[in-house]
Ligand binder design. Structure first.
Ligand code: SF4
Length: 354
């Protein structure tokens, strides 16, 4: 069977995977426990590819290989920063490059994954936005970033990955066909709790409403970056399609379904979106939906001469929010020397800067 016709096991929903494997092993007169053996391996951290499954007879490994595809992306580069942050640049089968970032902190090991190769949203503060869109990732390509990193983290004594955030390259809610199954696979297949998975969006309203309809309690992060429509539209072109008031309505719906937590991400760019008055407007929005606010100093990108806000200005912003009763934190930049921000590793690699 050629590659296209082999079913990608990491793209299948856990129930579908079991059904397909049951059919496969039944046809081959194999005992039912072969399904559990294979599923256990796929949702584990062992090497990908059926050849590695030495608990199966050689003939069964070959038969699986002939009918199914079980593949992780090739590692193009791994960069590790002094603070332990590790950045992975993956080469997909078509040669496209995507990235994931593993961020250790005291109590968590968070993996940031990509959902698209490139991005069509064109946000002006983002390296990926400037580089344009290549293609959608499949559910398997999204999940495989997690699976491959799980093994790397275990080998490098980082321990288990505790949280996954869809905050790498791409707008996850512009690839809902793959992102929805990938959420189910991470949650039901790899048994990562829904509250440990965060979907980040620049504000795709229909996607937020679809997520709200799911029974799982996934967390949602909104890349807000400006609390006023005009300024926001300068940073995020999608604002013109889904203006802030409609976005706030969608967030209220999301929150109403089981009181799920919403975070506002606010990248602080000097003299662009860091005027103290904006902190007051931001506080009003955050209070409306009891959102938690992350203030993130802007990480300079190759295509813009913007700079991060001063520490003093960030602190002033934080204090205004806090005084208004909003839960807020300043997110310390991680892995700066490996450029562990959205799209930067790929942007550099493609520009031949390294
Ligand atoms: S911030 Fe996110 S949505 Fe905007 S261009 Fe970058 S990757 Fe795309």
């Amino acid at each position: 069977m050629d590659d296209k016709n082999r079913q990608d096991v990491l793209s299948l929903l856990p129930d579908e995977l079991r059904d397909r494997l049951r059919d496969h092993f039944t046809r081959r007169d194999q005992p039912a426990y072969r399904v559990d053996q294979t599923v256990g391996w796929i949702y584990g951290a062992g090497p990908s590819g059926f050849h590695a499954m030495t608990n199966l007879p050689a003939a069964e490994r070959e038969a699986l290989e002939a009918n199914f595809r079980f593949q992780e992306p090739e590692v193009a580069r791994i960069s590790k920063a002094r603070d332990g942050t590790a950045k992975f640049l993956w080469r997909l089968t078509g040669g496209e490059l995507v990235e994931s970032v593993l961020i250790p902190s005291r109590s968590r090991l968070t993996l940031c994954i990509s959902s698209q190769a490139g991005c069509a949203m064109g946000c002006t503060f983002c390296a990926t936005g400037w580089a344009g869109f290549d293609r959608q990732l499949t559910a398997g390509e999204i999940v495989a970033q997690y699976r491959a990193t799980l093994r790397w983290a275990a080998d490098e004594a980082y321990g288990p990955i505790t949280n996954v955030v869809y905050m790498g390259m791409g707008e996850p809610l512009a690839n809902r066909k793959a992102v929805h199954p990938s959420l189910t696979i991470l949650n039901q297949g790899f048994e990562l709790g829904a509250r440990r998975i965060t979907v980040s969006t620049v504000g795709v309203v229909p996607g937020i409403l679809e997520l709200a309809d799911r029974p799982e309690q996934f967390e949602l992060a909104l890349s807000l970056h400006a609390p006023e429509p005009e300024l926001r539209a300068q940073l995020i072109p999608l604002e013109q399609r889904y203006p802030l008031p409609s976005l706030m309505e969608a967030l209220k719906t999301y929150q109403a379904r089981g009181g799920r937590r919403i975070t506002f991400e606010y990248t602080m760019i000097r003299d662009v979106n860091d005027a103290p008055e904006l902190a007051v407007t931001l506080a009003d929005l955050a209070r409306e939906i009891r959102a938690f606010v992350n203030l993130i100093p802007f990480n300079p990108i190759p295509f813009q001469d913007w700079r991060p806000s001063s520490d003093q200005r960030i602190e002033e912003f934080r204090r205004i929010l806090e005084r208004a009763g909003v839960s807020v934190q300043v997110r310390t930049p991680r892995g700066r020397e490996i450029e562990a921000a959205c799209g930067q590793l790929r942007a550099d690699a493609e520009a031949g800067l390294r």
